[in-house]
Design a protein around this ligand. Structure first.
Ligand code: ADP
Ligand code: MG
Length: 321
């Protein structure tokens, strides 16, 4: 099968919202008058971001999910995406699974595949996604104010625990491994929550490299510090509820610096708690209040009684560190 048959067979579908999809030099997107276009790219490299033998259906899902997660963090509504794919060879079983996982999630969010590029080379997947947001309503990293609450959506840490299990660093009972692996391989982008938080959250980002590191991006851009209740964050982790016994340091590493969570971390004024909870309810997404924005710089971790915890080496992921 050649390059163009491959594109026609696995990545070409009739477009609905876009004016022109796959098949010409450019796709043409219809953008509603007065809206801003939100754009983001994410690259997934075999051996770096995923195991080469991962279920291709899950990989297709995750490749788009991490991009949808960026739109969610900006409060943008998904429109369309392009797919740049480098493949070692034409493996139809792989292409079938990958495209199904990818397009099923795309359909869930009404986000159309409108173009891309296909080359032979090491397995590498790069998606650029387009969304729309009314001017002035995008959620930014820079809007947190001293006194705001800090919230996270969903559950943190389980993806990292699954990765540690796959690398043989911890042993998990099979049912727990299954749950954690699902979080690693099939994250749920919080698009509905991001949309519901427009006008409520003062800042937001998605947690991809680990909570503390990602939160520090909000704090730097907002010129503030934070106090985080470590126990409140630990309670979000699904594996934590299972009675599994692990060293404290490992729990903290997973939850505070694990990465691959694709949850939203956001701030909102303390007076907006009811609105945050209503937004979460409407988006059918759990949210947990984990701390507050403070004067100064950096993150102070405290226990449930507000006593400071020693900050350990819970470094977030950095490709070049
Ligand atoms: P060009 O050489 O003009 O950049 P190509 O010949 O590479 O275009 O691609 C032909 C068409 O197929 C284009 O419309 C391009 O957007 C689309 N395309 C290529 N690869 C993919 C892919 N992996 N997924 C979706 N569309 C693709
Ligand atoms: Mg061209």
């Amino acid at each position: 099968m050649g390059e163009f048959d491959l594109i026609a067979r696995y990545f070409t579908r009739p477009v609905r919202r876009a004016a022109l999809g796959v098949g010409d030099d450019c796709a043409l997107l219809r953008v509603e008058a007065g809206m801003q276009l939100a754009v983001s790219s994410d690259m997934l490299v075999a051996g770096r971001h995923f195991f080469e033998d991962v279920d291709p259906r899950h990989l297709g899902h995750k490749s788009l999910a991490v991009n949808l997660s960026d739109l969610a963090a900006s409060g943008a509504k998904p429109l369309a995406f392009t797919l740049a794919l480098s493949l070692p060879s034409v493996d139809e079983h792989w292409l079938q699974g990958f495209s199904q996982g990818l397009l099923a999630l795309a359909d869930q969010h009404g986000c159309e595949l409108v173009g891309g590029d296909t080359t032979q080379g090491p397995l590498n997947i790069c998606i650029t996604i387009f969304g729309e947001v009314p001017p002035g309503q995008a959620l930014l990293r820079s809007g947190a104010r001293v006194g705001d609450d800090i919230w996270v959506s969903g559950t943190l840490g389980d993806a990292r625990l699954a990765l540690d299990a796959m690398l043989g660093k911890v042993h998990l009972p099979p049912d727990l491994f299954k749950v954690a692996r699902q979080r690693l391989e099939c994250p749920t982008p919080r698009v509905a929550l991001g949309l519901a938080l427009r006008g409520i959250a003062s800042s937001a980002l998605d947690v991809s490299d680990g909570l503390l590191g990602d939160l520090s991006h909000i704090l730097k851009q907002s010129l503030a510090g934070a106090e985080i209740d470590a126990e409140a964050v630990l309670q979000t982790m699904q594996a934590r509820q299972s009675g599994l016994s692990l060293p404290d340091d490992l729990w903290c590493q997973c939850v505070l610096a694990g990465g691959d969570d694709y949850e939203l971390a956001f701030t909102a004024p303390a007076g907006a708690r009811e609105h945050v909870l209503a937004a979460a309810h409407s988006a059918q997404t759990r949210v947990t209040r984990i701390g507050r924005v403070t004067e100064g710089q950096g993150i102070r971790l405290v226990d449930a009684r507000g006593q400071p915890l020693a900050r350990q080496r819970w470094n977030s992921f950095d490709h070049f560190a």
